[in-house]
Structures are given as C-alpha cells and as structure tokens.
Write a protein that binds this ligand. Structure first.
Ligand code: ASP
Length: 597
C-alpha cells in the first residue's frame, strides 16, 4: 500500500513540483474525455487530483473506474492549476496533484444520501449512517471544534491548579431532580446501580478529601422525558473549589468562557459578565434564563389598571395577580398574525390574548372601549407605544403571566427573526430563591439541589420557617431565602450553573427538614455525603457547564446533536446501533429481571 506523506487539505505552495502520496475518499469524480478530475477528501480538506490518459494510462484507467466515496491512495506531483481554473473557495484551490499512480483501497456501495451540505436528509437517516453524516464538512468541523474546545478547557484547568479526577459511573442515585438510569446488579439480586446525573456528591467529597480544586469533563445521564433538544447522556465541564466564595467561582468561570471564545472564535467577551437577579429576570423577561438580544421586555401595568373596569384585568388583580404587557415594536401586525399568536399562547394554557394595535394614531382593539382615558394615557406612556406597535397583555397569577409572556416573546423573536446578527448575550443570574413550593407535590423543592447553601443573612428566616406551623407564613419566609447559587446564561440558554455548598451539618439538617426529607431518608439517600461532611469539610462550591450546549451556541447551531458524534434522536433512540434494544432471556435472568409487558 502506498504510504501517505501528506493530508489532502494541507497541499500547499511548498509542495509545488514535489511528489506526494495522499489517502482519502473520492468526493467527486468527473471525466472530461482523456482527463479525469477527482476531488479527493480527507480530514483536513479537499484537493483536486488530475489523471491523464495520454501520459499515465494506468492511473487514468483506475481514475475512470472510481465512484463516490471509494477510498484511494494517490501518488502524484503537485503543480499549479492552469490560470483561470483556480478555486479560491478551497484552501488548496490553487494547486492540483497530477496523478502517476492510483490504488483503490476500498470501494463503497451507492450512498443512501450524498456527502454534501445541500441535500436535505431526515434526522433518522443521517443518524443511522452517522459515519457518512460526519464526513460532511460542517459536521466534521463541529467535531474538530469540540476536540479543540475539550483540549483547551483541560489546559485552562490545569493552568489554574485543578486536578482531574474521575468519578464512578456505577453509583448510587444522586438527587439532581431527574430520574436515574438504573443498572441491575448481577451479583446482588434485586439491587441496582444508578448512572450518575452528575458527579455532584463525589466532587464535594473530593473537597472533604482535600484535593482543593477538582475538574472533570464528564458524561452525565438523566432519564428525563425528552424535551426539545435534550439528550439522555450529555457532557458537563464540572468543577469544584475549596476555600472560595461566589466571586472566585464566577471569576474563574468567566476566565474559562472568555478564553474559549477568544481562542476558538477570536471573540472578546466583555468582562465582568452582567449580573441579573432572579427576581429581575422573571419580572422583565418572564424567565430565569433571559435572552436579552431583542426587546420585548415585560412591562408591569398592575398599577395602571388597579381600578379598571375591564373584567379580565380586574379579576386577575383582585385575585392577587398582575397585569403585564410586551410591546412588539413597529410590527404592523395583521389580524391573522395576531390570531396565530393567540393560538400559540392557548397552547400554553392561556384563555386568550388581549392586544392593542397603534394604527393611524389610534389605539385599536376590542378592549379599548372598556378602558378609561387615564388608563390609556398611562398605558401608552409605560409601554412606549407608538405607531405600528402591537401590545400583548397577560393578566393572571404572577407565575402564569411570566410563563405566557416569557414564552410569547421567545416565540415572536423566532417567528419574526428578531435576532439578526451572531451576537452573544452573556449574563449571570443570581439571587435565586433556595426553594420553591411545588404545588403538585405539596412541598418545597430545591431550585438547584439540596446541598446549595442559603445566603448567610437569610439563615434566620429558614430557622423561623422551620418553627412556624402557619403554612402561609412558612411559604412566605422560605420564598424569601436566597441561595448562594449562580447560573450562566448565554443567548437564553442556561449553559452553566452552580453554587456554594452547605458545609455545616446543622444548616443541612434544617434544609432537609424544610424539603420534607426525613432523617431516615436523608441517611438512606446520601448518608455517605453527610458522613463525609462531619470530618472536616472545608467551605466549598463549584459549577458545571453544559459542554454540548456551550459548543452549539458558540457555533451558532440550533441543536446540540450537531456537536455530539453519536447522539440519540429526540425520542432517545440511537438509529446507528438500534439502542435501546431487547436483550436475551438469559441476560435478563442473569440480572434477575423479569419484564412485564
Ligand atoms: N451538579 C450541578 C448540576 O449538574 C452543578 C453544580 O452545582 O456544580 O447542575
């Protein structure tokens, strides 16, 4: 076999007149009568190969027999392309390799889809033949980008004194809020390992062990109902530090993110990143991961309508709710478009969507006649309503209004392509409540996880909450306890989240009690962490980035599947391997499992 001396994509000026041996895939082949042109492709790119009948009949004959995606080795001499035939779009576009010898290393069946960027192919088919999909230029670049980001990340951690430590995959269930993937134990009938939802408890234990700074780029597994663009296995950049507070963790995270953007994209992000409190994020954007690249801020109008006679607004306010609006500026919406947006909010559970258009200097809407002059004047002022604008209202319980208008603004921004350029809106969301009341479960649940520390100054509120038996008072007190947690948000996605942890047992106990986790349950679920915390746990905290999401955002991709070599479909299936699949009765018996249909 001919031994490769060069990558196709690296043929350059310095090779002119020299002999090279290239190995790769036939991207395209065309016979121009007596001359065959081959676009030969490998990991590094494409180069044009020419085989000429007159001078090298054997090479020509082989070249003529080639088909798409055959694997070949080609020996030839690099020369300049004749003037006028250069291809400036290709890195190698000024050169070609004049073939002396061509060896076919393997043939290829006709392809289920062409290896190009232009042919639309279904997700299922692409993933079934992922090896072909990954040959496409954009996919190949995504995976190589991931590799560079991975190496750079590791380098940054090492430069800052972090120690890379692997944590187990076969472990005990950790409380991250999602469902665990379970692995039945063959040796211990009826017992199960859980696959880790994150290394959370292990990294805390590593701090107790004294490693001081830990990191890992690690797979996490969560058996969640698959929402849009979630993967059951995904990668986190996970780290933990001892003897630090929020500032150090946030500052190191900024350093990491900024270095990745700078080195991989040549983009300087502005530091320090903006910070927004959870309360402000919800009030202004209806979301704890706001995308601020387009306006459509939520404007509070509860005050404006406090004495209104418009029933829907009045009822909402009387029931302790709020009235808010967003202003879709210069939208000149038609009735049809408004109806379409109304249908959208109905899918979120809204009864309807009140709106007002500013048209020909007038406020136009079926609700205007129910509103007084003063209300209208104030409304216009507060929402900055101008000719061509459309206002959309939501009047309901505060959380419902956040949900309706928060989602509506995102929907509008997509539908009307309000984000034009490839900008990055990076911010921290801080001051999260430690817990919220889960109506369905009828108990408090952690917003992050139960090991997140409350703010020092809010601890007395927790203690009070624990003592009172008045449920409303308890809720009020608990809701005002803020967590020492922080989320990093880019373009409306939560790309990272973490917290300072509780390292004192007494506080951990109060938190468990309020979460309704009994001592027995706490001991059973994470007794191993609680035990560790008794033996000199340093103050510590950390964060985890969603690596896949971060990469997808950096590359301007909508789906994290495009930065994962072998992702699952939206339904959690791997069309390449056919997983998940049935196993043999023997395998089931070995692990003491019986399947009920
Ligand atoms: N373990 C957390 C998560 O997976 C991150 C952290 O708190 O460090 O979201």
């Amino acid at each position: 076999m001919l031994k490769r001396t060069k990558y196709c994509g690296q043929v350059s000026e310095e090779d002119l007149g020299k002999e090279v041996i290239l190995c790769g895939w036939v991207h395209r082949v065309r016979n121009h009568g007596g001359v065959v042109f081959i676009d030969l492709r490998d990991r590094e790119g494409i180069v044009q190969v020419v085989a000429e009948e007159k001078t090298h009949p054997e090479a020509y004959e082989v070249a003529d027999s080639l088909r798409s995606e055959y694997v070949v080795a080609i020996k030839g001499v690099v020369r300049k392309r004749p003037p006028g035939t250069e291809n400036p779009k290709l890195k190698t576009g000024y050169y070609e390799v004049f073939a002396h010898r061509i060896e076919v290393l393997n043939t290829s069946d006709p392809l289920p889809f062409p290896v190009d960027e232009d042919t639309p192919v279904s997700e299922e088919l692409k993933l079934k033949h992922r090896y072909l999909d990954l040959r496409r230029e954009s996919m190949k670049e995504n995976i190589l980008f991931r590799h560079r980001a991975y190496q750079l990340t590791r380098h940054i951690f090492i430069k800052h004194g972090f120690v890379e430590i692997e944590t187990p995959f076969l472990t005990k269930s950790t409380p991250e809020g999602a469902r665990d993937f379970l692995v039945p134990s063959r040796l211990h009938p009826g017992k199960f390992y859980a696959l880790p939802q994150s290394p959370q408890l292990f990294k805390q234990i590593l701090m107790v062990a004294g490693f001081d700074r830990y990191f890992q780029i690690v797979k996490c597994l969560r058996d969640e109902d698959l929402r849009a663009d979630r993967q059951p296995e995904f990668t986190q950049i996970d780290f933990e530090m001892s003897f630090v507070e929020e500032e150090e963790i946030m500052s190191f995270s900024e350093e990491l993110v900024c270095t990745l953007f700078k080195e991989l994209l040549g983009i300087e992000l502005k530091r320090p990143f903006d910070r927004l409190s959870y309360g402000d994020a919800m009030e202004n954007y209806g979301s704890d991961k706001p995308d601020r690249r387009f306006g459509l801020k939520l404007v509070d109008l509860t005050d404006v309508f406090k004495n209104t006679s418009l029933k829907v607004f009045k009822d909402a306010i009387e029931n302790g709710g709020v009235v808010k609006a967003i202003n879709f500026k210069s939208s000149y919406l038609s009735r049809k478009e408004i109806d379409e947006l109304t249908q959208f909010v109905q899918t979120l559970g809204a009864k309807g969507l009140a709106w007002i258009k500013v048209e020909n200097g007038k406020l136009n809407s079926p609700i205007v006649k129910f509103l007084g002059d003063e209300e209208l004047t104030l409304l216009v002022k507060k929402t900055d309503a101008e000719e061509g604008d459309t206002l959309f209202f939501s009047a309901d319980a505060r959380e419902t209004v956040y949900k309706i208008l928060g989602n509506l603004r995102l929907y509008i921004s997509k539908k009307y392509e309000l984000v034009k350029d490839n900008t990055f809106d990076v911010l921290w969301v801080v001051d999260f409540p430690l817990m919220e009341w889960d109506v369905e479960e009828g108990r408090f649940v952690s917003l992050h996880h139960p090991f997140t520390s409350p703010k020092e100054e809010d601890i007395p509120l927790l203690e009070k909450a624990l003592k009172t038996s008045d449920v409303d008072e308890k809720k009020r007190l608990v809701h005002s306890v803020r967590a020492r947690a922080y989320d990093l948000v880019i373009n409306g996605y939560e790309v990272g989240g973490g917290s300072i942890r509780i390292h004192r047992r007494d506080i951990q106990e109060i938190v468990f009690k309020l979460l309704g986790i009994s001592e027995v349950e706490a001991e059973e679920k994470f007794g191993f962490l609680l035990r560790a915390l008794r033996y000199g746990a340093p103050p510590h905290g950390g964060l985890a980035f969603g690596f896949d999401r971060l990469l997808a955002i950096m590359r301007g991709l909508d789906s994290i599947r495009d930065v994962i070599a072998f992702p699952k479909t939206q339904k959690g299936i791997c069309p390449l391997t056919g997983a998940p699949d049935y196993v043999s009765p023997k395998q089931l018996k070995d692990v003491h499992i019986k399947v009920f249909e």
